[in-house]
Design a protein around this ligand. Structure first.
Ligand SMILES: Cc1cc2nc3c(=O)[nH]c(=O)nc-3n(C[C@H](O)[C@H](O)[C@H](O)COP(=O)(O)OP(=O)(O)OC[C@H]3O[C@@H](n4cnc5c(N)ncnc54)[C@H](O)[C@@H]3O)c2cc1C
Length: 372
């Protein structure tokens, strides 16, 4: 069903026969970028529809705390509806984004009980972020948990705490040792953070809670295919973190890619390491925004993020913007990092740009010197 025929649940594009002359902004993704865009439109005379497959905004930087039982899931997830309760121009739609037709200015959503719904827009903001990448080894996924959603974090927490419980009831010392081995594949910020949090959990939080096992004896192994941990950070900082992690009892192995992950552990550099839990903290791949926008393979960087103009709009489509992790934006010759601040500042800028355009004002300047 086309939303242009049905009306009701969502706002539609302006300019139809019976349409109020209020432009419609559709924001895809209720993460940091999407929320910042919608918030920046709070005073603008337009309608905003914010679409996300989840009903909550997730504070991803604290996922590791949920995964290691330091925080409850509700502490890092906020209802998107509640965030915009007092911003009357925002409608929230929980739906799966299936595609975009930039020519027709429509988004295709999968809506429960209704099937595909077409949503018209005047402005589109794509902020659908990234997901885990197993670098072509999707067969590893069932055995290597990732950390991207609340569900992932609770699954990791269940697996980690479950490994301690199973070890407590295990008679064989070899089986116990394997259960108390935790492997992290990938030593970027998430792997490093998780390794530290696991070391703290095992050597401090749980240390007095068991009778038959010593959680402090747990083996925490951080594997990195590259030559050093934290490859995107300055070498001196990475070296400091490396020493600190080793002090916390984390075993760090660099320079070898994991060859196999199965239900019992991993193989790396020809060596087998059995483990109670394997976590995949190695890489990310963008959501399919490039395919939706028809620029896959031509308007993207090597990772598949959508290349954008200085104002974060899509080339040839000044009404379409791409912000946050899924956008490829360079500053000082370097790709901006996939961090919350970049998404927030980008979203804010796009919100202000749209508001200015609707008001007939000049959009906030952003030449090549624009800093996010
Ligand atoms: C474990 C972890 C730790 C991190 N730690 C830090 C940190 O310490 N500091 C920092 O600055 N950054 C950190 N980050 C990165 C930071 O969280 C991201 O840079 C930021 O979330 C990017 O915002 P975004 O809006 O681009 O995407 P996201 O916040 O990922 O939001 C994307 C939204 O789009 C929705 N979505 C995607 N596809 C669809 C679809 N097809 N249909 C419907 N909805 C869809 C998702 O549900 C999600 O809500 C961390 C990330 C992770 C995973």
């Amino acid at each position: 069903m086309r939303e242009t025929e049905g009306r009701g649940a969502f706002a539609t594009r302006t300019g139809g026969e019976h349409e109020p002359a209020v432009p419609h902004v559709v924001i895809l993704g209720g993460g940091f970028g999407g929320l910042a865009t919608a918030a920046a439109l709070s005073r603008a005379p337009l309608r905003v529809t914010l679409v996300d497959r989840k009903n909550h905004h997730l504070f991803q930087p604290l996922l590791y705390q949920v995964a290691t039982a330091g925080l409850a899931p509700g502490d890092i997830a906020a209802s998107i509806r509640q965030v915009f309760r007092r911003q009357a121009n925002v409608t929230v739609a929980m739906a799966e984004i299936e595609g975009v037709d930039p020519g027709a200015r429509q988004v295709r959503l999968a809506v429960p009980e209704r099937g595909s719904v077409l949503l018209d827009y005047d402005f589109l903001v794509v902020a659908t972020g990234v997901g885990p990448s197993y670098f072509g080894h999707d067969e590893f996924a069932p055995f290597a948990l990732c950390l991207k959603t609340v569900e992932d974090a609770t699954a990791v927490r269940g697996a980690v705490l479950g490994a301690f419980e199973r070890a407590e009831l295990q008679a064989s010392p070899a089986e116990r040792r394997d259960l108390l081995t935790f492997i992290l594949v990938g030593a970027g910020p998430t792997g490093v953070e998780m390794a530290g949090a696991l070391a703290e959990l095992a050597r401090a939080t749980l240390v007095e809670d068991f009778r038959r096992i010593d959680p402090g004896s747990s083996r925490i192994v951080l594997l990195e295919a590259g030559p050093r941990i934290l490859p995107t950070f300055h070498a001196s900082l990475a070296e400091k973190v490396h020493r600190r992690l080793e002090k916390m009892g984390v075993e760090i192995r660099c320079g070898r890619a994991v060859e196999l992950v199965d239900e019992r552990g991993v193989e790396v550099g020809g060596e087998r390491i059995d483990a109670g839990v394997v976590l995949w903290t190695a890489g990310v791949k963008p959501s399919p925004a490039a395919a939706w926008l028809g620029v896959a393979g031509k308007g993207t960087d090597r990772a598949g993020r959508v290349e954008v103009e200085a104002d974060l709009s899509l080339a040839g489509h000044p009404e379409v913007f791409v912000v946050g992790d899924v956008s490829a934006r360079q500053q000082d010759g370097r790709q901006l990092p996939g961090v919350a601040q970049v998404a927030i500042q980008g979203g804010r800028h796009v919100g202000r740009t749209i508001a200015a355009r609707v008001a007939g004002r000049t959009a906030p300047g952003c030449g090549s010197g624009c800093r996010w």
